[in-house]
Each structure stands twice: as C-alpha cells, then as structure tokens.
Design a protein around this ligand. Structure first.
Ligand code: PEP
Length: 249
C-alpha cells in the first residue's frame, strides 16, 4: 500500500498574506484518505507557509533548488536555504523549469544530488510534449529523463523519491490525460524502476499524475492502480477546489 500524495504547485502566485490564508484554509480541509498533503509556495512565502502549517498534516516544498549550498549565484536559492525556511520537499525538473529556464538533464541531476545531500524529498517531474507523444516517443522521452536526471544514484539513495508524470501538453491547458493514458505511462515508469533498480523500489515509489487535475476529474485519475497521487497547479490555488482534490473519492 502506497500512501497517496496530493501536492499543490503554486508557481509564481500568492503574496505572503494569500499564502497564509490558503494554508490556513487547507488545515481545515479534512483528509479522508489520509493522504500526504504538500504545497509548494514561492520562495518568498516558504517560511510563512511552513510556520502556518506547523502542527498540521501539510508539508512544504520548494519549487526548485540550486545545486550549490551557497555562493555567487544571484537570484538562486539553495537546498540549505529552503530547508531553513521549513521545506521538507522540493520539486525538481518541472517542465516550466526545463522549457523556460533551460534546466537540462545534467543540471537537474546536480539539483537532485544537492537536494538528496540535504535530506530534502525530491518530487522529480517528467513528461513528453505533444509532438513527442504524436511521434510515439512518450516512453523513450520519459525513460531518458529518468535515466539522466537520476544518474549515479542507487535505489537506497533514492529511497522516498516521488516521481510526477506531467505531460507537457496537459499542464495549464485544461487538457487532461485520460485515466488510461496516465495509467499506461505510470505502469511504464514503474516497470522502468523495477528494471533499473529493483522491484521493491518500484513498488514503494509514489508516482503522481499532473496536468489539469481538477475537482471534477481527480476521482477517475486516482482510481488507476499505478496513480499514487496528483501534482496540481491551477486548482491548488483555490482552497475549496484543492480541498476536494485532497478528499478524492
Ligand atoms: C503543474 O504545473 O504542475 C500543473 C500540473 O499545472 P495544472 O494543474 O495547472 O495543469
């Protein structure tokens, strides 16, 4: 049995006051599936979100980390700093980081190393573009992202890793992968983990689906065997919607 995870990626949204009231609302949302609940605020709201979430079930993630602990890297934020602010998790490899900010597999691999070095739980994102899906390259692309991004680590070192399958064509577009499309890729990721590491690691690793998850489609997606949770963008900003997603059926 894998504990489900419902994670919210707030992207570049929410002031400190807005982040505080959203976390406050989520602490009262209930959690009927006893899911792990994670929210990823902007760096500016990490500390206040962590402070507000104290004593609740809500855990805090950074949306990214730099690969060095400190130094002359203007605008970057290190794993040490996000931990200091109260984060226990970090997203790495979100498609917006890959496509807008140029995070390559090599950079992501260094970020994974830095996060693991500091005991942050990594939510590692993978996913294909529409062109790649239409060219039947979905599984090859995802295996490549996993192989390169997680290069050099054993199953023991990666223990606790969370993978998020987020088809790029479904992020922020309103287009959701069908539950069958999600299940197919999630099963392939699990098979890849079994082949590359071992069966125990494959069975215990949580694989989240992300891409236009809503209060209206979460139930059917979560019903799929290899879908262990959701990474939610837009609807994680709306307390009632995200509360319904947390309390999926
Ligand atoms: C995301 O950015 O991780 C995401 C899944 O966004 P949305 O739910 O808005 O598609």
């Amino acid at each position: 049995m894998r504990t489900p995870i419902i994670a919210g990626n707030w992207k570049m949204h929410n002031t400190i006051a807005e982040a505080t009231s959203l976390v406050e609302a989520l602490t009262k949302a209930g959690n009927k599936n006893q899911a792990e609940i994670i929210v990823a605020p902007s760096y500016t709201a990490l500390a206040v979100a962590a402070h507000t979430a104290k004593g609740s079930e809500i855990k805090i993630a950074a949306q990214d980390v730099h690969w060095e602990d400190k130094g002359a890297f203007t605008s970057a934020v290190s794993p040490v700093q996000v931990k200091d602010a109260g984060a226990t998790h970090t997203i790495i490899g979100h498609s917006e980081r890959r496509s807008i900010f140029g995070d390559t597999d090599e950079i992501l691999n260094k970020k994974v190393a830095a996060a693991l070095r500091h005991g942050l739980t990594v939510i590692f994102c993978v996913g294909e573009t529409l062109a790649e899906r239409e060219a039947n390259k979905t599984l090859a692309v995802i295996e490549g992202q996993l192989a390169n991004g997680l290069k050099g680590f054993t199953a023991e070192q990666l223990k606790g890793l969370i993978i998020a399958y987020e088809p790029v064509w479904a992020i922020g577009t309103g287009k959701t992968a069908t539950p069958e499309q999600a299940q197919e890729v999630h099963a392939a990721i699990r098979a890849y983990l079994a082949k590359t590491y071992d069966d125990a690691f494959a069975q215990e690793t949580r694989i989240l689906y992300g891409g236009s998850v809503k209060d209206t489609n979460v139930d059917e997606i979560m019903a799929k065997e290899d879908v262990d949770g959701a990474l939610v963008g837009g609807q994680s900003l709306i307390a009632e919607k995200f509360a319904r997603i947390i309390n999926f059926n």
